[in-house]
Design a protein around this ligand. Structure first.
Ligand SMILES: Cc1cc2nc3c(=O)[nH]c(=O)nc-3n(C[C@H](O)[C@H](O)[C@H](O)COP(=O)(O)OP(=O)(O)OC[C@H]3O[C@@H](n4cnc5c(N)ncnc54)[C@H](O)[C@@H]3O)c2cc1C
Length: 322
C-alpha cells in the first residue's frame, strides 16, 4: 500500500482487528530498529503504567506544582509479563507514528483511541504519551481512573510518515495544534541529533494560551540549536492586567511580558497565512520544503490550504499529516 496515502481514523471499524486498516506499513528505517527481532506491539500487548504525572509545560519535575495542568497527564508505560524471552523483542514505534489504546466499555463494546508517543525506548520497551483529558470522553475517563501498576493494552505502530530522505538540507516546517505537538517531538529530536542532517526546522506551535504551551521547556532547549526556531501562537490568551482594556490580552502588558522567558517570543493571534508567508520569506528554495502538520482534521485542512496558497511549487508529497 502507498505509505503516503492518508487513512482516516473513521476507516477503522473499531473492533481491534489483528489486521487493522490503519496499518499502512512501516517506514524503511524501522528495519534497522528491529534487527531481526519482533515488534512487541505488533499485536495487542499489555503495558504496565509506571507513572502518571500532571504535565508541567515549564518542565519542572516537582510533584503537585501549582503550574501542573490538572487535565493533561504524562503517562509512562513499559512492557511486563512477556510470555517468551524478552530478548526476542523490541518496541518499534517510529517518530510520527501513533499507537492504539484499547479498553472495553461496560456494554462489552471495544473502545479504541490513538495516542502519539513523545518518548520511546525501543530496547527497554517503554514509551510515554501526553494525554489531554476530554470532558465527557470515554477513554479520558478511563485514563483519569488509571492507577500506577495498572495494565493497559496497546498495538501499533500506525501511521504513514515516510518523510525521511537522503536530502539532508530541507526546510522542515512542523505545525501543530495543542497537545498534537507530542507527535512531533521525536521528529524534531531526530533531526537535531543527526549531525549529518543540515535541515532547518521551523516549529509553529499553536496553543490556546501561555499556560497551555505544552513542552515549552523543550522548545526552549531546541532553540539552542543553530538549525531550529520555534514560533508560538496563542489564540485565546486571557488577561488580568488593566493595560489590556479587554479580557483578551494584547501581549504588550507587563503582566504577559513577565510570563515570557528570556528571548522567548509569542504571538497572541491565531496562526494565519500571513504568518506563514513571513516565516517562509526567510527561506529561498521552495522545492526543499517539507510540511508536517499535526492536529485535528479541521486544523490540518486549514494549514494545508494556506500551504498550497503559498507557492504552487510546494509538492503535495512533501506535506505530511500526523
Ligand atoms: C492520530 C491521532 C493521534 C492522537 N494523539 C493524541 C495524543 O497524543 N494525546 C491526546 O491527548 N490525544 C490524542 N488524540 C486524540 C485521542 O485519540 C482521543 O480522541 C481523545 O483522547 C478523546 O478520546 P475520548 O474517548 O476521551 O473522548 P470521546 O469519547 O471520543 O469523546 C470526544 C468528545 O465527544 C463528546 N461525545 C462523546 N460521545 C458523545 C455523544 N454520544 N454525544 C455528544 N457528544 C459526545 C465528548 O463529550 C467529548 O467532548 C489523537 C488522535 C489521533 C487521530
Amino acid at each position: 500500500m502507498d505509505q503516503t496515502a492518508v487513512v482516516s481514523e473513521s476507516d477503522c471499524c473499531g473492533n481491534g482487528c489483528a489486521n487493522c486498516v490503519l496499518d499502512v506499513g512501516l517506514p524503511k528505517s524501522t528495519g534497522e530498529i528491529l534487527t531481526g527481532k519482533q515488534n512487541v506491539i505488533a499485536t495487542y500487548q499489555k503495558f504496565r503504567l509506571f507513572s502518571k504525572t500532571r504535565h508541567n509545560p515549564k518542565g519542572t519535575d516537582i510533584g503537585n506544582n501549582s503550574e501542573d495542568l490538572s487535565e493533561v497527564f504524562e503517562l509512562y508505560f513499559g512492557v511486563t509479563d512477556l510470555i517468551t524471552n524478552s530478548n526476542d523483542y523490541v518496541l518499534a514505534i517510529p517518530a510520527g507514528y501513533h499507537v492504539m489504546m484499547r479498553t472495553y466499555m461496560s456494554t462489552g463494546h471495544v473502545c479504541l483511541r490513538p495516542y502519539s508517543p513523545f518518548w520511546v525506548d525501543g530496547l527497554a520497551m517503554e514509551f510515554k504519551i501526553l494525554v489531554n483529558l476530554t470532558p465527557g470522553g470515554y477513554m479520558s475517563q478511563y485514563i483519569k481512573d488509571l492507577q500506577v501498576g495498572d495494565h493497559v493494552e496497546f498495538r501499533g505502530p500506525i501511521g504513514s510518515l515516510e518523510y525521511i530522505s537522503t536530502e539532508k538540507e530541507r526546510c522542515v516546517f512542523i505545525i501543530s495544534q495543542g497537545v498534537a505537538i507530542a507527535a512531533t517531538i521525536r521528529i524534531v529530536k531526530n533531526i537535531l541529533n543527526d549531525e549529518e542532517d543540515l535541515s532547518r526546522v521551523y516549529q509553529v506551535a499553536c496553543y490556546k494560551d501561555i499556560e497551555h504551551t505544552y513542552f515549552r521547556y523543550l522548545l526552549r532547549d531546541f532553540n539552542k540549536y543553530w538549525n531550529y526556531e520555534s514560533h508560538i501562537y496563542l489564540a485565546h490568551q486571557k488577561c488580568s492586567s488593566d493595560m489590556c482594556k479587554t479580557d483578551e490580552c494584547t501581549g504588550k502588558c507587563d503582566w504577559f511580558l513577565k510570563k515570557l522567558w528570556y528571548k522567548e517570543k509569542a504571538c497572541l493571534e491565531r496562526f494565519s497565512e500571513a504568518h506563514l508567508v513571513d516565516i517562509c520569506a526567510k527561506v529561498n528554495s521552495y522545492s526543499k520544503f517539507v510540511f508536517i502538520i499535526a492536529g485535528s482534521k479541521k486544523f490540518q485542512d486549514f494549514i494545508t490550504e494556506i500551504v498550497n496558497k503559498l507557492n504552487n511549487e510546494v509538492k503535495q508529497s512533501n506535506i505530511f499529516l500526523l
